[in-house]
Design a protein around this ligand. Structure first.
Ligand code: SF4
Length: 321
């Protein structure tokens, strides 16, 4: 069951076929059985490394908890995908937000990271932590602690996103590092002048918006502020974005598969629209609609938290109708 549904799609079926095809480069094209609509798969889609690792660790956490007869929890949603979360819930993984009110057990910390104070609360309450924070995110959190001693910290991210919350929850010597969250270009205009800023961006932030905010921050250096850009959007997000651009260029419309709460999935969907193509953001095959069949060439892509099983099911549904 696990393998069929949730194992990382490091080599999607399409990519395997691509390797076998001498002409294949961008994606593999399927003809639906009546030979009208061509379906083109994005060359890069599905789980990123951080999500893959988090799911592997969650599996281990469940095994460990079962072996010790302990309850097993995830701090919030393990990943932004309903079907995957439901699968783990069926395996016994309970989503919690705080240690209070829960029997001590094993807690898996998701790939986006968590605020330091919350981590301490779980440790102090006697929970066993399995840390699935992505190494890229971890590095950023470490650097926030480092630069907070010399710079004012700016966090460019989506309000309420777990990664932004984790970045704004870094503690040094018992205190939360002060930081300012920037979600829009307008937020940049409100920044105090004349400071040295260290700028961090959420790894899955919308790349177009990041480009605009980054430019606005660079402009601020003309008013006496210093900007040090510490990190960039994760290459895993950028690769998926680039793949959508190539996909949209060769297709009449684009279907993006992934959780509605998934920031990177929403960003792919927005990008397809910005490319001037009709697009749909769907969570699974049940959301396939007749309008999708009105196009000669339909592109399919998926966010970084979408399992390959869901992608396969959507493609199969598109081929069958
Ligand atoms: S997008 Fe990049 S930084 Fe974020 S979880 Fe995936 S691999 Fe890690």
């Amino acid at each position: 069951m696990w393998n069929r549904w949730f194992r990382r799609p490091s080599r999607l079926n399409s990519q395997l076929i691509l390797k076998a095809l001498p002409w294949g480069y961008l994606a593999v094209a399927f003809l639906s059985y009546w030979g009208i609509m061509k379906i083109v798969l994005s060359k890069t889609m599905g789980y990123c490394n951080g999500v893959s690792r988090a799911l592997d660790l969650a599996e281990q956490a469940i095994e460990e908890a079962k072996g010790r007869e302990l309850p097993v929890y995830s701090l919030g949603k393990l990943i932004h995908n309903r079907q995957v979360c439901e699968h783990f819930r069926d395996e016994g993984l309970e989503e919690i937000a705080h240690p209070e009110g829960h029997d001590t057990g094993v807690v898996i910390l998701r790939a986006h990271g968590i605020p330091d104070r919350l981590r301490s609360e779980f440790v102090d309450a006697g929970f066993t932590l399995i840390d699935a924070t992505c190494s890229v995110v971890k590095r950023n959190l470490r650097l926030i602690a480092k630069y907070s001693k010399t710079h004012s910290i700016l966090v460019v991210g989506h309000k309420g996103h777990p990664e932004s919350i984790a970045m704004q929850g870094v503690m040094v010597e018992g205190s939360v590092c002060p930081s300012i969250l920037l979600c829009t270009v307008e937020d940049v205009r409100a920044l105090p002048k004349g400071r040295s800023y260290a700028v961090f961006v959420q790894t899955t932030f919308d790349q177009q918006l990041w480009t605009e905010i980054r430019s606005a921050l660079v402009e601020r250096t003309q008013t006496g502020s210093e900007m040090f850009f510490v990190n960039e959007i994760c290459p895993n997000s950028i690769n998926r974005r680039q793949a959508v651009i190539e996909l949209a260029e060769q297709c009449d419309a684009v279907v993006v598969i992934g959780g509605k709460e998934s920031a990177n999935t929403r960003a792919l969907y927005t990008l397809a629209l910005e490319m001037g193509k009709p697009a749909w953001h769907i969570e699974d095959a049940s959301h396939v609609v007749p309008e999708m069949y009105e196009y000669a060439t339909l592109g399919v892509t998926a966010g970084a938290s979408t399992p390959s099983s869901l992608i396969d099911e959507v493609v199969q549904r598109l081929q069958q109708e």
